[in-house]
Write a protein that binds this ligand. Structure first.
Ligand SMILES: C[S@@+](CC[C@H](N)C(=O)[O-])C[C@H]1O[C@@H](n2cnc3c(N)ncnc32)[C@H](O)[C@@H]1O
Length: 209
């Protein structure tokens, strides 16, 4: 791999992770907005809410080690996780389909992915994942769940027909209440799935049996 390409990716990731450290202010503003009504994604329009560097590096390696080519991501935000996945599929010869509800976030993500030199490995869809990911039928090798937590289970069920033996699913933020139904579904279904909590219990990595 060309050393310059690696440096562009790593330096863009480093800038984005550094800026994401200021998320606590952005999240605070979002939480205030949702005092009198349920939280909604637009309350966090200015926040990255990203995976950590450790998670990104581990998931990039998992995608490479398992030679995953078709990667689907729910919840792009500003593209930090997408950049890790796109860097991985550049090496496996695959593609990332990622989807973000908010147009302003998707536009920034597209720019960040471009800055990292990875646009050709990413298809970014704008809108509700339940709509933007409906209708595809090609197999999924790696699915990343990181959007609105209540949608993990319905989205997983919608995409389930596209799983195959060896498909990997990583669900982030399993310590959040909204993920409970999803966790129960995959953990109870032991004939179809084998799962383990990793990253200090934040991530649930599931193998399709
Ligand atoms: C936790 S952030 C994603 C962080 C990103 N994966 C990363 O690590 O850099 C969740 C994102 O999902 C988006 N989102 C929420 N509901 C969605 C939906 N129904 N469809 C698509 N995106 C959604 C939010 O707008 C938010 O930007």
């Amino acid at each position: 791999m060309n050393a310059r390409k690696i440096n562009i990716v790593e330096s863009k990731l480093s800038i984005l992770h550094k800026d994401a450290k200021k998320d606590y202010m952005r999240i605070g503003k979002g939480v205030v907005k949702s005092i009198f009504r349920p939280m909604q994604p637009s309350d966090f329009e200015h926040a990255y809410l990203p995976i950590s560097k450790d998670q990104g590096e581990a998931l990039r390696q998992i995608i490479i080690d398992h030679n995953c080519k078709q990667v689907v991501e729910f919840g792009t935000s500003f593209g930090i996780s997408t950049i890790y996945f796109a860097d991985a599929v550049r090496q496996t010869g695959g593609k990332v389909i990622t989807t973000e509800l908010l147009e302003s976030k998707a536009k920034k993500a597209a720019q960040n992915i471009k800055d990292a030199g990875l646009s050709e490995f990413v298809e970014l869809r704008i809108g509700d994942a339940m709509q933007t990911l409906k209708g595809d039928s090609n197999p999924i090798d790696f699915l990343f769940l990181d959007g609105w937590k209540d949608l993990y289970l319905p989205l997983f069920k919608m995409l389930e027909p596209r799983f195959h033996k060896g498909t990997l699913i990583y669900a982030d933020n399993m310590d959040m209440a909204g993920t409970r139904l999803y966790g129960e579904y995959v953990l109870k279904n032991k004939t179809a799935y084998s799962s383990q909590l990793i990253h200090d219990g934040k991530g649930l990595l599931t193998h399709v049996l």
